[in-house]
Design a protein around this ligand. Structure first.
Ligand code: GLN
Length: 475
């Protein structure tokens, strides 16, 4: 029996190399666990039919190469339903893509395949990655494995729940406004949104292209780093992707943590705030200095996001017209085909954002909304660059509340949008951000996880991993 609860990628790696168990044994243990838990949690939409063959191949590589095998060889992964794997379905949590099969691998998948991990299956998500609770999937909601009456967070609720229920060692999610970090926080695991451009977006079904990034979810900072190292780097198929530039500015680690002044203006749950303050105190004991940094315009990040994101999403979703991909509903003429297909294929939240996006881009409103939001975005991004002259990292709680109850926010889109108020600034600025578990709060007599978020300068994931590990170790 392999003990999955305390297993991490680095531990599993050692066992695989030492021959304590094989990738086949490991895969079987995960399949068993998924069989037991998935009917309740609904983290996976599909378990792939070739997992044993993948594991056998990993075992051959491990046998031949021992510790020279790629770092993630034989490691079981869950992947979000919006990341293309060749010849596999990718439905993006939507009816409109129910039967869509990918014709190529996403850039991140291509890089990961070089390691020969085991892709266990595709994980549930909010439709088109729009949501913060994973209640907006066309294929049923996902439950938080730590408290099944609560949301796992979204939109990568499936990938996060898959890891948290011990149904995978790591997962790939996508983060446009917080969708890796918020579910990581709600499920008590680690999640990274890389610097914009660090991971290829080729083969990630687009939501808002200037914000979207694929990011890893796993149980420890070290595991997240291993996955990040495997998937990052230039991809000629994504013109916005880059190879990590050599870091010129190797500042001596002054270890200063900035706390943004905008936190004071936000409504943050008292217990979450207390946990955050305690986490900072623990870091002070490890030699970090904490100071307040001023980011006056960043307060408007959520407003800016909810103009630019729907504008880009409405444009990206125009391609789903019943002709090129997926669902097709026949009407009386071509226009009626479009109307019927999109009417039947998209859920309510997706339609709301298409309407919002088309509105802010329309003649007459474009300058008042879209153009203003673009310029506000630039000032916010500049503010962060300036703030990093004073602090090595900037810390906030990951979410303003602990995991909320299923159904609690579905009737009120604005309340749902507020779940992202602390994660969205990093997407606006294009900077990397990491969520690490930081204690628990008590609700209804049970413990619920909360996370601390560290944001770093562009390309400085290394700084985030260092402070993230320090925070992890101080718990
Ligand atoms: N929850 C946010 C939204 O609904 C973020 C989504 C995401 O990061 N994909 O837009």
């Amino acid at each position: 029996m392999i003990e999955l609860k305390s297993l991490t990628i680095s531990k599993a790696r050692k066992h695989l190399i030492d021959g304590d168990f094989t990738a086949g044994d490991l895969t079987d243990a995960y399949l068993k666990r998924i069989g037991e838990k998935n009917p309740d949690i609904n983290a996976y939409l599909e378990v792939f039919d070739d997992v044993r063959a993948q594991a056998e191949k990993a075992d051959r590589i491990l046998k031949e190469n021992g510790d020279k095998s790629p770092a993630l060889c034989g490691i079981p992964f869950a992947t979000k339903d919006n990341i293309l794997i060749r010849e596999r379905t990718a439905s993006c949590g939507s009816k409109i893509l129910e039967h869509y099969r990918a014709t190529y691998d996403a850039g991140a998948i291509r890089k990961l395949k070089e390691h020969n991990p085991v892709f266990l299956g595709r994980a549930n998500m909010d439709e088109f990655a729009m949501g913060s609770s994973n209640e907006r999937s066309a294929y049923g909601l996902v439950r938080n494995p730590l408290d099944e009456t609560r949301a796992p967070g979204g939109s990568s609720g499936g990938p996060a729940a898959a890891v948290a229920m011990d149904g995978a060692l790591a997962a790939l999610g996508s983060d446009t406004g917080g969708s890796v970090r918020q579910p990581a926080s709600f499920c008590g695991i680690v999640g990274l949104k890389p610097t914009y451009g660090a991971v290829s977006r080729s083969g990630l079904i687009a939501m808002a292209s200037s914000f979207d990034q694929i990011g890893p979810l796993a149980k420890t900072v070290e595991d997240v780093r291993l996955v990040y190292e495997a998937i990052s780097g230039n991809d000629p198929k994504d013109s916005t992707s880059f190879s990590k530039p050599p870091v010129a500015d190797r500042r001596p680690q002054t270890k200063t943590i900035g706390v943004p002044d905008y936190l004071e203006k936000m409504e943050i749950d008292e217990d979450v705030r207390k946990n955050f303050d305690d986490a900072l105190e623990a870091l002070k004991d490890r030699g970090y200095k904490v100071k307040t940094v001023s980011l006056p315009n960043a307060t408007h990040s959520l407003a800016v996001y909810y103009i630019l994101m729907p504008a880009e999403a409405s444009t990206n979703l125009a391609r789903f017209d019943g002709v090129k991909y997926g669902l097709r509903a026949s009407g009386s003429d071509l226009f009626d085909d479009y109307v019927k297909t999109r009417g039947e294929g998209f859920g309510a939240e997706v339609k709301r954002r298409i309407i919002l996006g088309t509105y802010v881009l329309s003649a007459g409103y474009h300058d008042a909304f879209y153009a203003k939001a673009v310029s506000a975005r630039q000032s916010i991004a500049r503010e962060f660059v300036d703030a990093f002259a004073e602090a090595d990292v900037i810390a906030t709680p990951t979410t303003p509340t602990p995991p909320f109850k299923l159904g609690e926010k579905t009737a009120d889109p604005l309340a749902m949008y507020l779940a992202d108020v602390l994660t969205v600034p990093a997407n606006i600025a294009g900077i990397p951000a990491l969520s690490v578990p930081a204690g628990t709060v008590i609700r209804d007599g049970g413990e619920l996880p909360v996370g601390i978020q560290f944001m770093g300068p562009h390309y400085r994931e290394d700084v985030l991993f260092a402070v993230g590990e320090a925070s992890e170790a101080s718990r």
